[in-house]
Design a protein around this ligand. Sequence first.
Ligand SMILES: [Zn+2]
Length: 98
Amino acid sequence: MSLFKKVSTSSPHPIENISIQRLVPKCKEWKIDTLYVTTSKKCNYCGSYNDKVYSLYGWNKKYPKIPDLLLKQKCSECGVSISASIYQPGINTPIKRK
Ligand SMILES: [Zn+2]
């Protein structure tokens, strides 16, 4: 009997966000997991994640791994939908904020 029989293939944090779910096949095809995320600018909770780039699976070490709250469909505080698009380094550039 093998102790290693149960190999979990499911993600520990399921992606509930449809906007991100749609990008998953492309991420795998293009081998790119960097996502440009937009949330509510006004919200104290999700606003700090607005206009930022995250790594969905941790493939790209230049960017932080996406926080669990961005995998939700909406912000639990303000109810604004969280949206994402694939960020291709060197091809599209996010708005720089200083
Ligand atoms: Zn919010």
